[in-house]
Design a protein around this ligand. Sequence first.
Ligand SMILES: [Zn+2]
Length: 307
Amino acid sequence: MLFIGGMGRSGTTVIERLLNEVPRLLAVGESVNLWKRGVRDGERCGCGEPFLSCPHWSAVGESAFGGWETVDVHRMVDASLSVDRTRRTPGLLLRRDPGSLSADQLWYLDHVVRVLRAAGSCAGPGTVVMDSTKHISTAALVTIDPRLDVRVLHVVRDPRGVANSRTRAKPRPEAGNVAMSTRDPKVTAARWVTDNLGFELLARRGVPTLTVRYEDVIADPETQLRRIASFAGVDTSPGDFDFVSGRTARFSTPMHSAAGNPMRFDGDVLELREDTGWRNELSAGQRRAITMITAPLLGRYGYRFRP
Ligand SMILES: [Zn+2]
């Protein structure tokens, strides 16, 4: 399993979509939001079908539980929210074995693991399943389970780009265009530091981790995709990356991802372009504040103080 980790609005959806096009890499979307948005609310899957009528997810539910209707979905939603709430605390990061988890956490983890394994086996042998939940709390939780071989793809993006993107209210077409939440740039900057430190800690705990910059994926997608696929342990052949040519990607594989960024519903041809709107849209004061807050880690990921 490949866990896609990092801050929201770091280009993880583009990266997930590109990786899903590589044979034997399967995007399942955000496991933490699957219960609420998919199973309970029936929002649309990445393929366009409502979650419960998507053939892929029906097969996964059947294989994991004998059908989604057998799952206590309200308890799962509560549990997912409580796991998610711990994402700003180091609690889960300090635990190393399932015995240290609460009964609710174990129950939740067991359901998530069953879904991930079922998704993998429905897709065929040699498949690596990708969970794009992104949050450090879920990463810490799934890496505790001995049934999974989890590798973490830690995606970083220039914090000024992340912060600017978080000031925009983006509509979510799968949920009647309700907008994704917005956030003050200074708050985003502080979270950029704690989130990235969380993934550094996880790597230090021994979880195999590959750190990739969003900007590098956009600049040379094929090289970075090969690097990620090899890290994920996927057997690839030379033609597996023909869908990218320069900075253009052509998609032909449906993406059955449950819950995620609205960009999942964009067309079949994607011109990869770095979103540099922050250079004009943030005020000089905002840029300075974000740079100061994130300064301890900026250089570590190769970002300049004065871009
Ligand atoms: Zn689907």
